[in-house]
Write a protein that binds this ligand. Structure first.
Ligand code: TEU
Ligand code: CA
Length: 548
């Protein structure tokens, strides 16, 4: 079905900024809002329409801002509210909207609500959080575990009850069952929306309706009631975009959030394509070998399920995930080829693509060799738990090198000056030593760079409606080395055939795909015969008057 009315965010590309690591304007080693403003022309040239800013609110920064102490103040290390208003205005002048990261499953333990709540059981904010008595034996209320390792309950000695936290103890969960809490959240959201932001990325939105007594963390029974209420109270009547993070989303539940008859969110981030690569029990710390058939199956299932209703988000990386080229490509011999291939495959799918800062220049995972170099709370907690369990440290570092969150949090690589041009001071986390080769200045000087390719892909989405609306058809689904699909709108189709390996791969071309294809992007016209050989990480693309 062809969409008749389109939302602005269906043709936009989003760029995620992790403010702490993007650009430092004052030499304190921490990225900041003035630093971002200084890079807006770079982002305009990239062609993006939206910036998703990871949290910038006042915070003790235990989890780099995903622990908010004041929802209506900017963290001083990032700047002031005036800086923020200037960012919104300067971005708008360049056709770019700003998405804020709405972290409302939990606050910081330094939020005034929590400080008050833990002062006494009678506090008017007590019920803003989730408190339970100790079990009859004095122990934990139940055995729910936190995402960062260890129990999801911590005892407050003053009031004698445990508070619930799905992440660190310093991130107490909010109690969405309390209507006053919900009203306070909506007031805060409207305050930001009235400042002219373009919408929200909603942190772990699938967790807000937890019912810990029933062992329910994700997808609680009231989840969609809350999101619908939030929509009514804040989003309704505003032309904004929203994307909810949901590690538990399936194609079926995605429609509950983003279906056209549901007044909830624009789209969700889903992670099935990420988790299919993790160990069943040990998760990301024991990654499984790369399995392209499984990856294609997951992506294809989402493309098909949300073909006519709902909307997909498209991403390889974010601030919690390893670098795309290191995870899905080859960050050594074929870094440029594989990064360009991955971009092509992702950006020509149906949905809204997200580029994580540095992905557009092919930044790679960082080869830290000592736990001292890591900063991430999850990595540091897991390291401790692994050692306590008697597991070898070297194995942990190997896992962290592959999947740890600091891979994506090293400074943005702007040029080959000290610390990648990110700061004139000492960065809060070391720059990846490969900045001398891999940086924006070098990419801008090279017309064949990964960056140049991202610019072409993002521009193509703005000019070719087929990229936005076309129907997805998978090809060669069982092929273990090649990802192939077409997109069709009316009588026109585009073709993508990508080699995901560092070897030459020869394939039989399905009869329906043989013949002439006009160039799309910068490629030469393609004539496909019975068989074709793709060079390492080569991707064939084309445009034709055909329909699938
Ligand atoms: O992430 C949710 C989340 O569950 C991640 O912590 C993820 O599961 C983990 O990295 C996988 O091991 C969001 C934010 O994106 C993340 O940065 C925050 O730390 C987290 O919520 C808590 O706010
Ligand atoms: Ca700074």
């Amino acid at each position: 079905m062809t969409q008749t009315t389109r939302h602005w965010w269906q043709s936009a590309t989003v760029y995620q900024i992790y403010p702490r690591s993007f650009a430092d304007s004052n030499g304190d080693g921490i990225g900041d809002i003035p630093g971002i403003i200084g890079k807006l022309d770079y982002l305009r040239e990239l062609g993006i329409g939206v910036i998703w800013l990871s949290p910038i609110c006042a915070s003790p920064m235990r989890d780099n801002g995903y622990d908010i102490a004041d929802y209506q103040a900017i963290a001083p290390m990032f700047g002031t509210l005036d800086d923020f208003d200037r960012l919104v205005a300067e971005a708008k002048a360049r056709g770019i909207g700003i998405l804020l990261d709405l972290v409302v499953n939990h606050t910081s333990d330094q939020h005034r609500w929590f400080l008050d709540a833990r002062s006494s059981r009678e506090s008017r904010y007590r019920d803003y959080y989730v408190w339970r008595d100790p079990a009859p034996d004095g122990g934990l209320p139940n055995d729910i575990q936190s995402t960062f390792g260890g129990p999801a309950w911590t005892l407050d000695p003053v009031t004698g009850q445990y508070w619930f936290h799905q992440f660190a103890p310093e991130q107490p969960d909010l109690n969405w069952g309390n209507p006053e809490l919900r009203a306070d959240i909506y007031r805060m959201m409207n305050w930001w929306l009235d400042r002219g932001i373009a919408g929200f990325r909603m942190d772990v939105i699938n967790l807000i309706a937890k019912e810990p007594d029933r062992g329910i963390t994700a997808d609680g029974p009231k989840l969609h009631d809350y999101i619908q209420e939030m929509h009514r109270e804040t989003l309704a009547g505003r032309d904004v975009m929203t994307v909810g993070e949901s590690w538990s989303a399936t194609p079926a539940t995605a429609l509950l959030y983003s279906g056209r008859d549901r007044a909830e969110l624009s789209m969700v981030f889903q992670f099935e394509h990420v988790m299919q690569q993790w160990h069943e029990t040990w998760g990301k710390w024991q990654p499984k070998p790369f399995d392209l058939v499984a990856l294609k199956r997951v992506i294809g299932r989402w493309q098909t399920a949300l073909a006519d209703d709902g909307w997909n988000s498209l991403f390889w990386g974010n601030h919690d995930l390893p670098r795309a080229v290191s995870k899905y490509g080859d960050d050594k011999r074929y870094r440029v080829e594989s990064a360009r291939m991955l971009a092509t495959v992702l950006h020509l799918l149906k949905g809204t693509p997200y580029v994580y800062q540095g992905e557009e220049i092919g930044m790679t995972n960082v080869p830290f060799s000592s736990i001292e170099q890591y900063r991430d709370i999850e990595t540091l907690n897991m390291h401790r738990l692994h050692l306590e369990a008697g597991l070898p440290e070297a194995d942990f570092i190997t896992g962290a090198n592959e999947n740890g969150r600091d891979n994506s949090r090293t400074p943005m690589q702007w040029n080959d000056a000290a610390h990648a041009g990110f700061t004139t001071g000492t960065p809060w986390i070391e720059a990846n030593p490969n900045y001398e080769r891999i940086n924006v200045a070098a990419a801008e000087a090279d017309p064949e760079s990964i960056l140049a390719h991202y610019r072409r892909l993002i521009a193509l989405r703005r000019t070719l409606p087929l990229v936005i609306d076309g129907r997805y058809t998978p090809w060669l689904e069982a092929h273990p080395e090649v990802f192939a699909y077409t997109r069709t709108l009316g009588t026109q189709s585009l073709l993508v055939i990508a080699n995901f390996t560092a070897r030459d791969v020869t394939i039989d071309i399905p009869a329906a795909l043989r013949g002439d294809w006009q160039p799309l992007l910068d490629a030469a016209p393609a004539l496909l015969r019975e068989r074709a050989t793709l060079a390492p990480f080569e991707v064939i693309t084309g445009l034709a008057d055909r329909s699938f």
